[in-house]
Design a protein around this ligand. Sequence first.
Ligand SMILES: O=C(O)C(=O)C[C@H](O)[C@@H](O)CO
Length: 258
Amino acid sequence: MPAPLNPFKKALSEGETLFGCWLGLANGYTAEIMGTAGFDWLLIDGEHSPNDLPTIRDQLQVVSASDSHPIVRVPIGETWIIKQVLDAGAQTVLVPMVESADQARELVRACRFPPVGDRGVGYAMARASNFGQTTNYGPTADAQICLLVQVENRAGLAALDEILQVEGVDGVFIGPADLAASLGHLGDMMHDTVQSTIMDALQRISASGKAAGILSTDDAMTRASLDAGARFVAVGLDVVMLAQAARTTASKWRDGLK
Ligand SMILES: O=C(O)C(=O)C[C@H](O)[C@@H](O)CO
């Protein structure tokens, strides 16, 4: 029995555009609710949300049971954490702050078993192999791993062309908030300079044949990103959705009675 097909990786390779949502509430219960929404993918955020490996595992379990594909963003691009989330069953990994082709090549190796990579072999007792039931997991796993790297600062932009040449990187995600900060526009990702830089980067990624990704909650920016070639696009964040809905409802009645 081979490693399970990665439908997200397959869809990207077939040129589909996939819409997703960020999960920052860091628990399985709300992740299960988000799994009913109908997004193509859900991003379990290990970088800017209070997640640890057990909460990431819980969310992988419930999202995997939904029609949405789970993507795990690791807090940093290091072998030890990539190994752990892959063993926990993640097949698509997003790595922040990638700044060079050498770093990208190290990340590819971290996602692959020897001899081509250096991912540790412990899947016999891991969720990734369905606890050993996927008898041929080892030799078939690499092909189903989707590695997405984030370019989100000046250094990454300067190395983008070289990063795009790294075999094993399936997609490049532009982090708009960090990129804005790196360009000197902290908190203002809608600044003209930031927007033009984002769209140029998305076009370059798309032209390379790799999948381009972005996060945007601004409709005009989302449409511009799609026009620039973005094909995995996060269009919402669970934390923001909850906070905005709660504040709106409270204000509607509290302020409405004044
Ligand atoms: O730089 C960015 O923007 C991202 O990488 C996405 C953010 O980290 C996400 O937490 C939304 O703010």
